[in-house]
Design a protein around this ligand. Structure first.
Ligand SMILES: *[C@@H]1O[C@H](CO)[C@@H](O)[C@H](O)[C@H]1NC(C)=O
Ligand SMILES: *[C@@H]1O[C@H](CO)[C@@H](O)[C@H](O)[C@H]1NC(C)=O
Length: 494
């Protein structure tokens, strides 16, 4: 069974997932903190992803396969996609970055993500567009306009190629009419086609990814065109959390797989809906919260409460790494697959997932043949054995090992075009050997035939199609051919 574990990452700066609300009263966890841009050190270097001092270098990439870097924004009328924090994304210099390199180079978190991809070829990164805050501000209103969708797609692919991503993730929370639902499906289908064409133009045989965050309740899925989305998408990221919170009438589970009699929400109910309406189980990744939702002045689970108290992320929201709260007793409900901690002295209950519950969720993912787990958001996880991401990855057994992309000949950044090779690859046309000048019949004995699976670095030679070729930079799976900004130079006929 294909299985993968993934992460969503947050905006302009880090890896967060989003928070999605299923009721109109729910509050989103997944928004950028208002003070995100002023967490700066003497040289502005202290600022982490999402303003949380969590850096790409902190990611344990052996336990996850996809990082959704969240969030880019889009223009409500033109559809144009734009970055929202270019300092953190592209400019910030890390300790290992030089201030004196020549050329026009990418820095910031996006460079670090590219370096992570070079270090682990099965790690894929996606630029995530939208999220709760931008969606609620109407920034996806353009989806019903075909011309604006085309602008969204061309600007998204430019950002992908410039900054070295493997795909685009769209978080539209939520389409609120049939027209918007169909517009989102069209956007995803058109993006799928455009990325296929983009891959073909580069000679890439590995497809680029298209994913979408989808809600686990009727407000999230009522207007979705699920069959069309299923054809276009690599994965649905099911936001299987936020089932209870400040808006609820009683304290309750926020991410239960079964049960949910009072809230009306459960992951199994949501999954059943998607499967019955045209989604493939193998394309659904199940959301797992890396945060808890608090209820104060309550006597226990499914009891009245008053307030949500403070939190380490924001009021009423605690990072998983800060849970359980000191002095609390942890209760695991293995029937409904949910857990919480309760502190009787302060009468505070926090609904969150423990490692044991994550094990049960992984078993559910396996038993239903789902794609894997998805997490909001990465900086909230614990390290080591208590990491929920690592726990689910371990239980899934094998993780997706398909290759990422490293070849971006169309990037505006010299270091991305050169694969961080140090010497920028110019955009000058590669030397092409015309039939009149090619020394023919020289033979290519001793040179191996090109192999789709082999890795070639600058200077290595292969034979292919009756010609001798030299690699210009790192390449794998890219059939030798004569093309501008392509990793192969045709030397001569053999
Ligand atoms: C960021 O700015 C806000 C508003 O001025 C302020 O309340 C907050 O304390 C600042 N945060 C930091 C880390 O400086
Ligand atoms: C790369 O990540 C995968 C999980 O996606 C893991 O299984 C593998 O061990 C990692 N490889 C390296 C070299 O870190």
């Amino acid at each position: 069974m294909p299985s993968f574990s993934k992460m969503l990452s947050a905006s302009s700066s880090v890896l967060l997932l989003f928070s999605y609300a299923f009721s109109t009263l729910a509050t989103p966890v997944m928004q950028r903190p208002s003070q995100f841009s002023n967490i700066t050190g003497p040289q502005g270097d202290q600022r982490g992803i999402y303003g949380r001092n969590f850096q790409p270098q902190d990611i344990a990439t052996s336990t996850l396969t996809h990082i959704l870097y969240s969030f880019a924004d889009c223009d409500a009328s033109s559809g144009a996609v734009k970055l929202t924090d270019t300092y953190a994304d592209q400019e910030k210099h890390y300790a290992t970055d030089s201030w004196s390199e020549s050329g026009t180079n990418l820095y910031g978190a996006m460079k670090q993500l590219y370096l992570l991809k070079q270090a682990n070829r099965s790690l894929k990164t996606l630029l995530s567009v939208g999220g709760w805050t931008y969606s609620q501000s109407g920034h996806f209103n353009f989806v019903t306009n075909a011309g604006a969708r085309a602008t969204f797609i061309s600007t998204a692919i430019t950002l992908l190629e410039d900054n070295g991503f493997d795909g685009i993730d769209i978080d539209f929370e939520y389409p609120s009419s049939t027209d918007q639902g169909n517009g989102l499906a069209s956007l995803l289908s058109e993006l799928r086609s455009a990325l296929n064409a983009h891959a073909a133009s580069k000679g890439d045989t590995t497809p680029y990814l298209v994913t979408a965050a989808v809600g686990a309740g009727p407000v999230g899925y009522n207007y979705l065109n699920i069959p069309q989305m299923n054809s276009a998408l690599s994965f649905f990221n099911l936001m299987a959390y936020d089932y209870a919170g400040s808006w609820s009438t009683v304290s309750d589970d926020q991410a239960n797989v079964y049960g949910g009699a009072i809230t009306g929400f459960s992951t199994d109910k949501a999954l059943t809906y998607y499967l019955e309406h045209g989604a493939s189980a193998s394309k659904i990744s199940m959301g797992v919260p890396l945060y808890g939702r608090a209820f104060t002045q309550t006597t226990g689970i499914r009891q009245p409460f008053n307030g949500i108290g403070s939190g380490s992320f924001e009021n009423g929201i605690w990072d998983y790494k800060d849970l359980p709260r000191p002095g609390s007793t942890v209760t695991e409900d293995t029937n409904n697959i949910a857990s919480y901690c309760y502190d009787a002295s302060s009468q505070t209950l926090v609904s969150y997932d423990t490692p044991n519950i994550a094990v049960k969720k992984a078993a559910y993912i396996n038993s239903k043949g789902l794609a894997g787990g998805m997490y909001w958001e990465l900086s909230n996880d614990k390290k080591g054995a208590d990491s929920l991401v690592a726990t689910v990855a371990r239980e899934l057994g094998s993780l997706d090992s398909t290759l990422n992309h490293l070849n971006y000949p169309g990037s505006k950044w010299d270091n991305i075009r050169s694969g961080m090779g140090g010497s920028p690859v110019t955009t000058a046309a590669p030397t092409t050997t015309s039939s009149t000048s090619a020394p023919t019949g020289a033979g290519c004995s001793g040179v191996s035939a090109w192999s789709a699976s082999a890795v070639y670095t600058a200077g290595m030679q292969v034979t292919y199609g009756g010609y001798l070729w030299t690699a210009k930079w790192w390449t794998q799976g890219e059939t030798p051919k004569v093309q501008d900004s392509y990793p192969w130079t045709q030397v001569r006929a053999c």
